[in-house]
Design a protein around this ligand. Structure first.
Ligand SMILES: [Zn+2]
Length: 313
């Protein structure tokens, strides 16, 4: 049995914290009071968990630490499983197809990532996939759907199909808003074209929704969600300026440019995350007409667009 830590907040919101082998080292699942029984939000990475009773399970997004335990949680509780429609389509495409690691590797190659790293990605991708036990044919959720009295909002960016639940000023937000970490926003193959644009719009949406509190997938509850959303917006604007400053007239790949933005990403897998995150910033710069993308000989590269227009320092 996994060592879980439990905590109950106001309004009967119950948090179950499960250990993770890497990254933030833990993930939170929540049990929310619903109109027709408890709602379990997210399911951890799998393994043996003593799940409480639940009438429904809602998956916020298809990353392994949120969706991989879905089948086990469903089998333990008998609950109906709900997942965002776009998120489920991507879950099927990524975790349900035999050749996804190869497609991902080819895509990273086109962005300049060296062979040794993409070979590792293929190997690890195949080793990992059997452990992502998501539930097939869930009930699909959209913006405006309702589950047990909670309203569903789509907040894309960290994942294209990321959803969250809101009720009475409480936002159960998955990984959209974290108290101390900046949620990863990466570009990936066969995904929405401008994930950082999506994410910035989602942060603006949180400002509009103005929840009292956010219960996130990692770390402590966010007590000032609007302030935190503004902080993250500013963080990405600074990083966009940084990415723009790294562009020259000479075409550079996402891999090359990732070293300017993330000099400390040492392992091959950290470097791949850095490349995906760099690319989300580069694509936003392209959308803002601050960068140009070119594709020659199978390699994607970026150049600066405002170089001539910059004031001399
Ligand atoms: Zn995530």
């Amino acid at each position: 049995m996994l060592d879980s830590v439990e905590h109950t907040f106001a309004l009967g919101i119950h948090r179950i914290t499960l250990p993770l082998p890497s990254g933030p080292k833990h993930v939170h699942c929540y049990v929310l009071p619903g109109d027709d029984g408890p709602i379990l939000v997210d399911t951890g990475i799998g393994g043996d968990v003593d799940w409480p009773p639940a009438a429904r399970i809602v998956i916020t997004h298809m990353h392994p630490d949120h969706v991989a335990g879905a089948r086990a949680a469903r089998d333990a509780t008998g609950a109906a499983v709900h997942q965002g429609a776009l998120d489920y389509a991507q879950c099927e495409r990524v975790w349900g197809s035999d050749d996804w690691p190869e497609r991902m590797a080819a895509w990273f190659t086109s962005h300049g990532v060296p062979r040794e790293s993409t070979d590792q990605l293929i190997e690890q991708g195949h080793a990992f996939r059997p452990f992502i036990r998501f539930v097939r044919h869930p009930e699909l959720l959209y913006e405006g759907s309702e589950v047990g009295g909670w309203h569903i909002v789509e907040l894309p960016g960290h994942a294209d199909g990321h959803i969250a639940l809101v009720r009475d000023g409480v936002l159960v937000a998955g990984d959209v808003l974290l108290a101390t970490i900046s949620p990863a926003v990466g570009l990936y193959p066969e995904s929405r074209p401008d994930p950082l644009g999506d994410y910035l719009a989602s942060l603006e949406r949180i400002v509009e929704l103005a929840p009292r509190i956010v219960y996130p997938g990692h770390g402590e509850p966010v007590e000032d969600p609007v302030g935190r959303a503004h902080e993250l917006i500013e963080h990405h604007h600074r990083r966009l300026d940084q990415a723009e400053a790294a562009l020259t007239d000479e075409p550079q790949s996402g891999f090359q440019l990732s070293h300017a933005l993330f000099p400390g990403a040492d392992s091959p897998s950290q470097r791949r995350f850095a490349v995906a995150e760099t690319l989300s910033h580069l694509e936003r710069l392209v959308a803002e007409d601050r960068a140009a993308r070119d594709r020659a000989g199978g390699t994607v590269s970026y150049t600066g667009k405002q170089l001539g227009r910059r004031d001399p320092a």
